[in-house]
Design a binder for this molecule. Structure first.
Ligand code: ADP
Ligand code: MG
Length: 261
């Protein structure tokens, strides 16, 4: 099973609605191959919606609709000829609340995505993938002696890393992370950041975070989203993270990154 390479992901003029309620307005953003992009902004400005649109989860919400395109290495993932399973395999997702299958073993959790994505693997390949993905998620050393125990028995931070391993086991080219550390203690948060660091260059990462220090530590580029009562979510400013934090071009960005919101 060859490893896939990191891919560029491009959102072009994305608008999104829940029923009549428009929540995103013409959002365009390029997430460069192998880089880490942080999405920041106050609650309710559409970051999670944007992330779900990037791997076609948005279309599973009955009231949801969208305009625009999401392009993975040149191909629109919403094109009628594109299969949804391909999008899911190429573009993994990790949520704020860790969601391993609690009764399933750690081993089976790690490779649960294979079946969902229709990937066949021999026992030896599975053994390899379990170890490889758990190592990448900085969890191997803590669980290698109890792989047959249920995933639900792990701590919250370990469960989150198990979910990251599960995403990585299918060799995604992009990994979307929606506030992956906001329920974690500082130690687990550090492990997740180490994992992000070690994936740099191999996987394109998009992370939503409310932690400005975290955004500054882990991301290469950053996009600041904002919405108001009457205005749907849009990107106010985006670019190199260092530049955005040290020399924001928009007063609202400056206020937000400096905690004045
Ligand atoms: P964020 O992640 O930045 O906090 P969200 O993407 O969750 O923002 O939400 C953006 C807007 O879309 C909010 O006004 C929210 O209430 C609305 N919204 C999110 N999910 C749904 C849904 N499933 N049905 C209806 N409205 C939703
Ligand atoms: Mg959210």
């Amino acid at each position: 099973m060859p490893r896939e390479q990191a891919a560029e992901l491009q959102a072009n003029q994305i608008s999104a609605w829940f029923g009549e309620h428009k929540v995103l307005d013409r959002v365009s953003l390029t997430m460069h191959a192998g880089q880490v992009t942080a999405l920041i902004g106050p609650s309710g400005c559409g970051k999670s919606t944007f992330l779900r649109i990037l791997n076609r989860m948005h279309e599973m919400i009955p009231s949801a609709s969208l305009a625009g395109e999401v392009v993975l290495d040149g191909a629109d993932i919403y094109h009628p000829g594109q299969r949804i399973t391909a999008a899911r395999r190429n573009i993994g997702m990790v949520f704020q609340k860790a969601n391993p299958f609690p009764a399933m073993s750690i081993y089976d959790n790690a490779i649960a995505g294979l079946k969902l994505c229709g990937i066949k693997a021999s026992r030896a390949q599975k053994d390899f993938l379990v170890e490889d993905s758990l190592r990448k998620a900085s969890l191997w050393d803590e669980v290698k002696d109890r792989l047959q125990q249920p995933g639900g028995g792990l701590s919250g931070g370990q469960q989150q890393r198990l979910c990251i391993a599960r995403s990585l086991a299918v060799s995604p080219r992009v990994l979307l992370m929606d506030e992956p550390c906001s329920a974690l203690d500082p130690t687990s948060t550090r492990r997740v950041e180490e994992t992000i660091e070690s994936l740099r260059g191999q996987v394109t990462i998009v992370i939503v975070t409310h932690n400005m220090q975290q955004a500054a530590r882990v991301s290469d580029t950053c996009a600041f989203f904002l919405a108001s009562q009457n205005t749907p979510g849009a990107i106010v400013e985006h670019g190199d993270t260092h530049a955005m934090f040290n020399n924001p071009q928009d007063q609202r960005t400056s206020d937000y990154v400096n905690g004045r919101f």
